[in-house]
Design a protein around this ligand. Structure first.
Ligand code: PLP
Length: 359
């Protein structure tokens, strides 16, 4: 298999793929495949409940948080969040730190009043702006942040302080990669296709108390309360994606704590950033050093021609998925939890070699 640096859908642990393969045709001796099974069956109910609990345990969240499995990707959450939580007398506050944060902000504007509390757009998204108390509107329904900016390659150093305003995080490219105090959030959401499993299922985790404020004036299928009341089995859930997530979460648990993953992810990112920083401008990091992401390492090179050659050469050497997002260009190596240290080691060596030959 190749070294997979895709930004999402991203690398899966090999052990998990093999486990799923072994269960593919006959799920747990039931005589049928999981994807052929009723979502009302005991096996699927057990699977869903176990997966919800695994997530709470790994995120160190107490039982007053509800884990919901939804569809539509993290992009659907951009609209569902304001639909559920911005009352007519309120304003949704957003911190703009990259393209996905901006997308979330724009979707919210269709549903209620919005306010950009802080933005680093004018600085090319190179840093994460601080939020001062008077940056927020007095009628703030919530503050939305994007914990890790997948396209740009930046991340929050810590959970920002926003007083008693409910804090909501898009944790799509961040979840379970390092220890943060997740109890600081009223809601966390993430598309699964990076650290949690395959695409198809989206996780929304809400504090029960906050969930009580959700709107009852929107269609039932859009309400978080519908999913909570029906334990994510209101309609047919993406069962196979939930199953894969279950295996990924067990794999994550076996690796040890999130602290251990954090250490490993920091080491992986450092291997690449060290090459960038030592390259005397052959490779140029895009993000201010302090805010560099450990999940998505981004950099530029002297010309687009050279960047294209790098991507081609890398592909010929077994490195997959290194092109930057189509909206920004450049290079990006996404090193989520399932990307092994050896892959980053091999890429670092390839980068040094490429610079020597083309510098
Ligand atoms: N938010 C972040 C931070 C992302 O990285 C992505 C996708 O990469 C999205 C939202 C959109 O996710 P989806 O494609 O699941 O809608």
């Amino acid at each position: 298999r190749k070294f997979n640096f895709n930004p999402g859908p991203a690398a899966m642990p090999l052990e998990v793929l093999e486990q799923a393969q072994a269960q593919f045709v006959d799920y747990q001796g039931s005589g049928i495949a999981l994807m052929e099974m009723s979502h009302r069956s005991r096996l699927v109910e057990d699977l869903t409940e176990e997966t919800q609990q695994l997530l709470l345990d790994l995120l160190e969240l107490p039982s007053d948080y509800q884990v919901l499995f939804m569809g539509g990707g993290a992009s659907a959450q951009f609209a569902l969040l304001p639909a559920n939580f911005v009352q007519p007398h309120q304003t949704a506050n957003y911190v703009l730190t990259g393209s996905f944060a901006e997308k979330a902000f724009k979707e919210a504007a269709y549903l209620g009043r919005t306010h950009a509390a802080a933005s680093s757009k004018a600085q090319g998204w190179r840093h994460i702006p601080a939020i001062a108390a008077d940056d927020l509107t007095p009628d703030a329904a919530y503050v939305h942040i994007t914990l890790n900016n997948t396209i740009e390659g930046s991340r929050y150093l810590e959970v920002p302080e926003v007083g008693d305003v409910p804090l909501v995080a898009d944790a799509t490219s961040e979840i379970l990669s390092r220890r943060l105090d997740m109890k600081r959030f009223s809601m966390i959401y993430a598309g699964a296709q990076k650290n949690l499993g395959p695409a198809g299922v989206t996780v929304a985790i809400l504090r029960s108390e906050w969930l009580e404020n959700a709107s009852q004036a929107i269609p039932e299928i859009w309400r978080y309360s519908t999913f909570a009341a029906n334990r994510s089995l209101y309609n047919t859930p993406p069962v196979h994606s939930i199953y894969m997530m279950n295996l990924v979460l067990k794999w994550t648990q076996q690796l040890g704590s999130v602290d251990q993953l954090e250490k490993q992810n920091a080491h992986k990112a450092k291997l690449l950033y060290d090459v960038i920083d030592a390259s005397e401008d052959f490779y140029r990091g895009i993000i201010d050093t302090e805010y560099r992401s450990h999940m998505n390492v981004t950099w530029r090179m002297k010309s687009e021609d050279l960047e294209k050659r790098f991507i081609q050469d890398a592909a010929n050497n077994g490195f997959e998925g290194l092109a930057g997002h189509r909206s920004v260009g450049g290079l990006r190596a996404s090193a989520y939890n399932a990307v092994p240290v050896e892959a980053c080691q091999a890429l670092a060596e390839f980068m040094i070699d490429f610079a020597r030959k083309n510098g």
